[in-house]
Design a binder for this molecule. Structure first.
Ligand SMILES: [Fe+2]
Length: 302
């Protein structure tokens, strides 16, 4: 099997209009709306669906209030879908839609699905940058666009109980072939899908005393400028910054987190570490510092 990326996310929310406005300001492309639903997409065609939280067609949640109700992972082909169906059917229900999409859940009652990825490559180039005699840009100003482009959904994060945290990640490594990039006894497990080279597409976050909840989803932007412009837009809009901006230790990415009315937090990130098969998983008794640098002292909560 090869899992490539997060394909779509479905939130159960309290106020569709408010959440739609928030995701629009965030920079996502609106892809359809009705009185009781809305859909958005990234520039590489990953979808974010909003539904009323009491919609009976949504998977159940262990959380009260608005939250993520399902993540669908994008795979490379039908053979991968068949393999996942056979694997998960060994010990849990797997439901299949007419179009072949699978629905099931992990060991911690986080609902997940699988479908063939429908990737649209964003045609973008890295911003020009002038530094001493390395000159990309002559006779041109560097004025960033006012509306940012979240290009990809890069990762999502579940907070889990610290107890048996290794078992929680074993479901993803043993059953779905995710690989561990870093794992810390006091922080959690950073996992990347077998078809991805990002430091993490999934982080199972634990702290002593932490309880299960959906923590955040992260959108990749092209540059530090884009992250700062996007974050500044969100502050002007009235969104609550919960951590950052800064640069993480594990993953090395720039980050800026905001509270998301759809559920959990939402993150802009850029410049994350990438891993190939030569990367040996790192196991830490004590996690390195949350950030190499950051504005303010607030850490995202586990
Ligand atoms: Fe993150």
């Amino acid at each position: 099997m090869t899992i490539l990326r997060i394909e779509n996310l479905t939130y159960g929310v309290e106020d569709i209009a408010q959440c739609s406005e928030f995701l629009d300001i965030w920079g996502l492309q609106k892809n359809g709306a009705s009185d009781n639903s809305a859909s958005f997409k990234t520039f590489e065609n990953q979808h974010i669906h909003l539904r009323p939280m009491d919609d009976p067609s949504l998977p159940p949640s262990y959380e009260d209030g608005p939250t993520l109700r399902e993540v669908v992972w994008g795979v490379d082909n039908h053979a991968a879908l068949n393999e996942i169906e056979a694997e998960l059917s060994k010990d849990r229900d797997v439901r299949k839609d007419d179009d072949g999409t699978l629905h099931s859940c992990d060991d911690r009652q986080n609902y997940l699905g699988f479908q063939i990825a429908d990737v649209v490559k964003a045609n973008l180039h890295v911003e020009d940058f002038n530094f001493i005699e390395n000159i990309d840009r002559v006779n041109e100003r560097s004025w960033p666009e006012e509306r940012v482009k979240p290009i990809r959904i890069g990762h999502l994060v579940y907070s889990i109980e610290a107890k048996d945290y290794e078992l929680a990640s074993a479901f993803y490594t043993d059953r779905l072939k995710f690989r561990i990039s870093d794992q810390t006894k006091d922080g959690g497990t950073f996992l990347r899908a077998d078809g991805s080279n990002y430091h993490h597409n999934l982080f199972l976050f634990h702290r002593q005393g932490s309880h299960p909840y959906f923590n955040h989803v992260a959108f990749e932007v092209s540059s530090f400028d884009q992250m700062m412009v996007g974050g500044t837009n969100m502050l002007k809009y009235g969104a609550k910054s919960v951590s950052g901006p800064g640069r993480h230790s594990l993953g090395s990415n720039w980050f800026w987190y905001f509270n998301n009315p759809c559920g959990g937090d939402i993150e802009y990130f850029a410049d994350m570490d990438r891993m190939d098969d030569k990367w040996e998983p790192r196991f830490w008794d004590k996690a390195p510092p949350y950030a190499r640098w950051m504005m303010g002292a607030e850490e995202i909560k586990g």
